[in-house]
Design a protein. Structure first.
Length: 265
């Protein structure tokens, strides 16, 4: 496997100006992800996990610093160039599917290719192949309302894979699924990472999901506070002793404050 980073950020800063206050979402993040790695990003809600994913993928503009993808500083590219690059080289998986309810499974998947200029016949062939890859042969004409949550996420994964991406970004890909469907989705993602050497960066609250990756990056307050090779034990650890519980939504800052208040009563 190549050792050069496919994703790299240098002193990445992201601020949101609400008009009355400036939210410092990312505070000088330095990160390297090697081609073919599968990396999880964990941390309390509001710590900057999704913002980091959005900035690295070019979905959000950055305030300062640099973001390199395959050696190109995408933070300097015009919006239309970034959009074209994402369409051709990246795939996205979201917690709540983002499927168009009026389209069938195969139509949702092939739409990515059609928007990139692929001819309809070839787009349909590749969409059917992608659905087969995620185990949905026979469900091509089903609309999202006719599919289970796990099946919908499989369609989302097929849509992310259909353009043969170099990088897949996944924001809480199992967050809306039960444990069985979560395991099935992660099995698929691990298989695709290992078989296709596809680089995957995912955000999750679930230590069981993170434990399936090769690295876990822990974030807190807009910074990376720990970056470790993966073991199941590492997924449950936090660099600060004590008040961090990463089992689901109890890891939010508000929840920790609430628990501290309760303990003082």
């Amino acid at each position: 496997m190549e050792t050069s980073p496919i994703i790299q950020s240098k002193n990445l800063v992201k601020h949101y100006d609400t008009g009355s206050v400036v939210v410092k979402a990312l505070k000088g993040v330095d990160l390297k992800v090697t081609r073919g790695e599968m990396v999880a990003v964990m941390g309390p809600s509001g710590c900057g996990k999704t913002t980091l994913l959005n900035c690295l993928s070019g979905l959000d503009d950055i305030t300062a610093g640099n973001v390199f993808v395959e050696g190109t500083d995408i933070s300097t590219l015009k919006d239309d160039v970034k959009t074209e690059y994402r369409a051709q080289h990246m795939g996205f998986v979201f917690q709540f599917y983002n499927l168009l309810p009026v389209l069938t499974a195969v139509e949702n998947v092939e739409m990515v290719l059609l928007l990139s200029g692929v001819k309809p016949k070839m787009a349909r062939i590749k969409a059917i192949e992608a659905l087969d890859t995620v185990g949905l042969t026979g469900y091509e004409t089903h609309r999202p309302s006719q599919l289970s949550g796990g099946q919908r996420q499989r369609v989302t994964l097929a849509r992310a894979l259909v353009n043969d991406p170099k990088i897949v970004w996944a924001d809480e890909p199992t967050g809306d699924l039960d444990r069985m469907n979560s395991n099935e989705i992660m099995n698929l993602m691990v298989e695709l990472n290992e078989r296709l050497k596809m680089t995957i960066l995912l955000v999750t609250h679930d230590p069981g999901v993170a434990a399936r990756c090769r690295r876990i990056i822990h974030m807190e307050d807009g910074k990376i506070v720990k970056d470790v090779p993966i073991t199941a034990e590492d997924a449950l650890k936090h660099p600060k002793e004590g008040d961090y519980d990463c089992r689901g939504e109890r890891d939010t800052g508000a929840a920790r404050i609430s628990m501290q208040q309760e303990s003082s009563l």
